[in-house]
Ligand binder design. Structure first.
Ligand code: BGP
Length: 472
């Protein structure tokens, strides 16, 4: 038996898993839902959008969480989850995004999801916008390039806060808000093709999202005073490729480009290095006095995804694969089957960096290994012997424990894709992250049956012992 008294994780640490609506729900045209940008992205971000929804889009049915949420949440409860992160599909609530009245059927669906979570004593962690901008807003307004989006988003968030504010404590405004410049259509609903999109428009879109996030933070504090509002950023520790000062400077520049979002969310204004970037690029943002005032509404905590680290150099850059922004390859690290560098220590570094920089509680809301799984039968039961996933998660969680010992305040950890889902970058089902295997293949075939993987029992034990069972 594990000695459950020896653990760095504080009492009340939230353990769970995370998903996003467009990657799990399916039912893309049911319940009055409108189309979102995802409905025209059958290949994820690796190919341009299609003109219309096409039948080969796996997200249209995804893993059918829309109809199977009760069964799935029961499995999460069986693992002992104390928190479940999910997103609300904006186009279920406002099918076009610019209506004045919400779609009641969409709201009722999330009532049912919250009922189910409550039944099992699982804390909801809600992402308001996770790469799911209503398609109409993309096509009619060019997404977040338009200032109008601030008002539409605020109206949508107000509806959620008024409806669910008394039941949901933890809210995230935008998933990976710092991915906007890298994936403008998916992240910001910006329909103008990348090649035609100027930096002026992109940075203006970034400003609009930051203002919207701050306005909704204020709104949440008014409507639901007990709620805690967080921003969500894609974290990416960056190492100098060599010890040369020029490489260190290149790291600083790259870091600044990623960290500015967290800086604004926690400090309430743009940092000097960012204003310099704008000046040097010749960009003049439209920032009103009201915007400046809005931005002072800072977040209660910072949440982030962590999958990998990168290197940076002032010399020749050999760019590898990676989570949305990619980066210079680090020759010292192994990679996943999709080329993402595996670096548990990077998670401890990023936790310390964020804590030192922002002094806000941190929430790790995405982390995990996308891998191909093989369904086998062990003692007559279908399962996946995913020792590689166990080892990835174990090593990362050990580093979270180290960061806690370093004095970092960590609220919780939600493993990404706790049940197999459709990948965001490649739209594949074969890139699996889950503790629960879903019988669905890249060609759309499969029964959608759920099977517990070996990691299911492993994670249950980690949660039961509050991290004491981790192999150090
Ligand atoms: C993040 C996104 C998620 C998610 C994850 C894994 O960038 O917030 O939506 O999917 O990455 O990425 P992928 O699905 O591409 O493996």
């Amino acid at each position: 038996m594990t000695d459950t008294t020896v653990t760095p994780f504080p009492t009340g640490f939230l353990w769970g898993g995370a998903t996003a609506a467009n990657q799990v729900e399916g039912a893309f045209d049911e319940g009055g839902k409108g189309l979102s940008v995802q409905d025209v992205m059958p290949r994820g971000i690796v190919a341009p959008r299609t003109a219309e929804p096409t039948p080969d889009n796996l997200k249209h049915e995804a893993i059918d969480f829309y109809h199977r949420y009760a069964e799935d949440i029961a499995l999460f409860a069986e693992m002992g989850f104390s928190v479940y992160r999910f997103s609300i599909a904006w186009s279920r609530i406002f099918p076009n995004g610019d209506e004045t009245e919400p779609n009641e059927e969409g709201l009722a669906f999330y009532d049912r999801v919250l009922d189910e979570l409550e039944k099992h004593g699982i804390e909801p962690l809600v992402t308001i916008s996770h790469y799911e901008t209503p398609l109409h807003l993309a096509e009619t307004y060019d997404g977040w390039v338009s200032r109008d989006l601030i008002g539409f988003y605020e109206r949508y968030a107000r509806v959620l806060l008024e409806r669910y504010g008394s039941r949901v404590t933890y809210w995230l405004t935008f998933n990976e808000i710092n991915s906007l410049l890298h994936a403008p259509f998916m992240s910001g609903g910006i329909n103008t093709p990348r090649e035609e999109l100027g930096e002026q428009a992109l940075y203006q879109a970034m400003h609009h999202e930051l203002v919207a996030s701050a306005r909704v933070t204020r709104l949440a504090h008014e409507i639901a005073p007990q709620a805690r509002i967080g921003c969500m950023v894609l974290s990416m520790p960056i190492y100098p490729l060599t010890a040369s000062p020029d490489d260190a400077l290149a790291v600083m520049a790259s870091d600044h480009a990623n960290l500015v979002y967290g800086d604004v969310h926690t400090r309430g204004h743009y940092p000097g290095y960012f204003l310099r970037t704008l000046r040097e690029k010749g960009i003049e943002l439209d920032i009103t006095d009201q915007d400046r005032d809005d931005l002072t509404n800072t977040v209660d905590f910072v949440s982030f995804s962590y999958y990998m680290s990168i290197a940076e150099t002032a010399g020749e850059r050999e760019v590898g694969e990676g989570n949305i922004m990619g980066g210079v390859e680090n020759p010292t690290l192994d990679k996943s089957e999709w080329g993402w560098a595996i670096d548990p220590v990077g998670l401890r570094l990023v936790l310390n960096q964020f804590w030192d920089r922002w002094q806000k509680p941190l929430f790790i809301v995405e982390n995990g290994l996308g891998a191909r799984d093989e369904l086998v039968e062990v003692d007559g039961v279908k399962t996946v012997v995913d020792d590689y996933r166990i080892s990835y998660l174990n090593d990362h969680l050990v580093q979270v424990g180290e960061a806690v010992l370093d004095g970092v305040e960590v609220l919780g950890y939600t493993a990404w894709g706790c049940i197999d889902i459709v990948s965001a970058s490649t739209a594949q089902l074969s890139k699996r992250y889950g503790f629960i295997y879903v019988d669905r293949n890249d060609d759309g075939s499969g029964s959608l049956a759920r099977h517990r993987k070996k990691s299911f029992d492993w994670y249950s034990e980690v949660i039961r012992t509050n991290g004491a069972s981790l192999a150090r």
